[in-house]
Design a protein. Structure first.
Length: 494
């Protein structure tokens, strides 16, 4: 096995810093929404667009951004994304009204999509050897999982100490530092060039379809699933994405070449990730609300209550996951992690209305830390296993798109399910707190079912040892462009 090349780790840390800044921004805003509404005069409906504008741009552009990285060079696209994200953050910080803030949030989503979509592709190039790549992906996955959890705490502290504008203003020096470090530490690379073909009609259909899908999903909290607005957005998304699928069959240079979908494990990993993330995003949102409305914690205490999860994720993903993937294979680690996550959701599915944090919630928090530390690096390793240098950006964008859309679907579906069940229990004469707890228990039970479904998909479809990528599997790439590896299990591990 190759020795770790030390110079690669500064580049990985730069990519992790960019990921952390972007993911933190996705959650840090939630705590500041009441202050933003007071200062800028948002209506109740308009306030949701402070979050939704970011999600629509981010989720809709990931696939296109990943392909642009392959064509133009992934470092170039990463730098453009961080630059746009930083500039948009400054615009958010100085926003004088709702329209300016929502527009700047959309800009943040575009920049975030550009930077995040190519990050995994750069890791594939930096770490072609199996064991090294597993450790690098574990580190990168930790920053994503931890960032989502830490964002709630950071948002509350910054908003309370210095006002809501600081949650955006702090991105400016951090973004500038990331740009300087990226120029120095991330090696320059040339893309395969626009002559290789950018399917512009396909790109427009995919981007518009994904944006319509995310728009419909995030609107369910305000309008409901059966509202004409929601149904119209979903129907438009289905029409656009159906047109995209047809376009890919006839395009000379399709945005998603058929060879990419034939990469061993790629489709299976994205299916597993979709189901898994549906449940995981629901856990973060629903439990945060339940801790306040049912168990009576305040906002700050709720943020701190989630802290054990990223701490355990750090221990498992940084200390164990890479070694376990190298020793036993990503498929086995993924199956074990999904089994652990199921136990965590089943614990929450029995959380009583008079429960205590230490006895009833903390065990689940610790279990989710173990599950996240195992499953997130493992499923990412599977998704990127067969990616060639030519298509690594596209595979990265596809994995990130699956995560964002899966999270939006899961959050909307589980939140609606919890609310519907609580309404039914109230109508049956249950007390308010008991009815709320009953609704959350139902949602967590369904989340456990989603994780079990992910486990079954992983068991039956994820290959044990995929074929190594090579120029033979990538007819558009030059000879030798493939990274000959077996990321599911290191050859050195025997």
């Amino acid at each position: 096995m190759e020795r770790v090349v030390p110079s690669r780790w500064p580049a990985l840390l730069v990519l992790c810093a960019g990921s952390l800044m972007i993911i933190l921004d996705g959650t840090v805003v939630a705590v500041a929404l009441p202050a933003i509404q007071r200062d800028l005069g948002f209506s109740a409906a308009g306030l949701a667009w402070v979050v939704n504008a970011y999600l629509v741009a981010f989720g809709g552009l990931l696939l296109l951004a990943g392909r642009l990285g392959d064509l133009l060079g992934r470092r170039r696209v990463f730098l453009a994304g961080v630059t746009l994200f930083t500039a948009a953050s400054l615009a958010c910080a100085v926003a004088s009204g709702p329209a300016v803030l929502v527009g700047a949030r959309f800009g943040q989503g575009v920049g975030g999509a550009l930077a995040m979509a190519v990050s995994l592709g750069m890791i594939v190039r930096l770490y072609p050897e199996a064991a090294e790549r597993a450790r690098a992906i574990a580190v990168f996955s930790f920053t994503g999982a931890a960032g989502a959890s830490v964002g709630t705490v950071a948002g509350g502290v910054l908003t309370q100490a210095a006002g809501w504008r600081t949650i955006f203003l702090v991105n400016v020096p951090i973004g500038a530092a990331i740009l300087i470090a990226a120029l120095r530490r991330i090696p320059a690379e040339r893309g395969i060039g626009l002559r290789a073909g950018l399917d512009l009609p396909g790109a427009l259909l995919a981007t518009a379809g994904l944006m319509a899908a995310v728009l419909g999903i995030v609107g369910t909290g305000e309008h409901g699933w059966t509202n004409p607005r929601t149904l119209g957005a979903v129907a438009l998304a289905a029409l656009l994405l159906g047109g995209f699928a047809l376009r890919q069959r006839v395009a000379a240079t399709p945005l998603v070449p058929p060879r990419v979908l034939r990469v061993p494990g790629l489709v299976a990993a994205n299916a597993v990730q979709f189901l898994m993330v549906c449940a995981y995003f629901g856990f973060q949102f629903l439990l945060a609300v339940e801790l306040q409305l049912v168990l009576g914690l305040d906002a700050a205490a709720t943020g701190w209550a989630f802290l054990p999860t990223p701490v355990v994720i750090a221990v498992v993903s940084l200390g164990l996951a890479g070694r376990l993937v190298a020793r036993f294979g990503a498929r086995m680690v993924l199956l074990v992690g999904l089994g652990v996550a199921t136990v965590g959701f089943l614990l929450l599915a029995r959380l009583p209305s008079d429960g205590a944090y230490v006895a009833d919630v903390l065990p689940a928090m610790l279990i989710f830390g173990v599950a996240g530390g195992l499953t997130l690096p493992a499923v990412t390793t599977v998704a990127m296993a067969g990616a060639t240098d030519t298509d690594a950006g596209l595979a990265s964008g596809l994995a990130n798109t699956t995560q964002q859309v899966g999270g939006a679907v899961g959050l909307a579906a589980l939140a609606t399910l919890a609310a519907t069940r609580s309404d039914a229990l109230r109508a049956a004469g249950w007390a308010e707190t008991a009815a709320l707890a009953g609704g959350y228990r139902t949602a967590f039970a369904v989340a456990a079912g989603l994780v079990v479904a992910a486990w079954l998909v992983a068991l039956t479809t994820v290959p044990r040892r995929p074929a190594r990528p090579s120029s033979a599997t990538d007819p558009s790439g030059p000879p030798g462009v493939g990274v000959g590896i077996d990321p599911y299990r290191s050859a050195a591990s025997g």
